[in-house]
Design a binder for this molecule. Sequence first.
Ligand code: DP6
Length: 324
Amino acid sequence: MKATAQAPANIAFIKYWGRRDNVLRLPANNSLSVNLSSLVTTTTVEFLSEAGEDEVTLDGQAASPKAAARIQAFLDVVRQRAEFSGRAVVSSENSFPHGVGLASSASGFAALTLAATQALGLPLTEKELSQLARLGSGSACRSIPDGFVEWQTAASNEESYAISLYPPDYWEIVDVIAIVDQTEKSLSSSEGHEAAPHSPFYQARLEKFLPEQYAKILRALDERDFSAFGTVMEEEAINFHAIIMTAQPSVLYWNGATMNILHQVRAWRRAGLEAYFTIDAGPNVHVFCEKKNQPELVRQLSAVPGVEDLMVATPAPGARLITE
Ligand code: DP6
């Protein structure tokens, strides 16, 4: 009745932004991501036969009422599938600050899915785990499979899940994450998904921009063409933020340090250091380079005004059980 699992966060090159179904978390578009080695959540779930409220501890502190309610609602789905009615004790540790746009909901719900189903003896396939994790947090479905991952949109709960396109060792690229703000983000990604379709540019994103970019980035991945890959990733990050800046409500996730980094990355490229950025729903910046350029990129990024900390991540496996 007890299990521990570990799952990585992931960063999307083509992002999930807007949903066709808010309850089932069916995304409006396909997305592509890679799992991140140093951003990991480790979660232990124990089910007790007694009824009552679940007990949830996140990074050593009792979860906020909002986070606890979201986790309890997700565990209700797992309990229903296993025909079990007891309460759960959940303890979860992140290797990185949560709520700052570093995808703690992705690694968190992926680890929770694997630990909870294992604790209740539910034997699920990778596809079923990914579908289930999606109900907790959409991007969590991409933290179940290994390495470079694709999540397909679909009209039904059964058909929307993530698969591995390439294993972690397929390509030696590095994500240097510049932390410029450690506080909670101003608008949660769940709220962002609801706001995004109100941008006047949203339909153009779905109908024209994304289909073209998707085809280009799949080709770049297939050919391990870093320049083509980085160009599409960066264009997508700008498009994603343009959508939320022009949505209702309008959100500016970037701060001054974010902007400093974006200008610097482009200046470094002009000077011969090949690096490209992407940014999720927060101010922190993920800057990608090839492995050979990692020391120089770290050196340069750490000198940018406003950068508080750096984290380095490489492509990683998906969710795993931890045996004691
Ligand atoms: C900006 O998966 O956090 O990181 O389904 O509401 O939990 P919910 O949203 P979430 O959204 C992630 C959005 C993003 C882009 C991405 O990871 O694809």
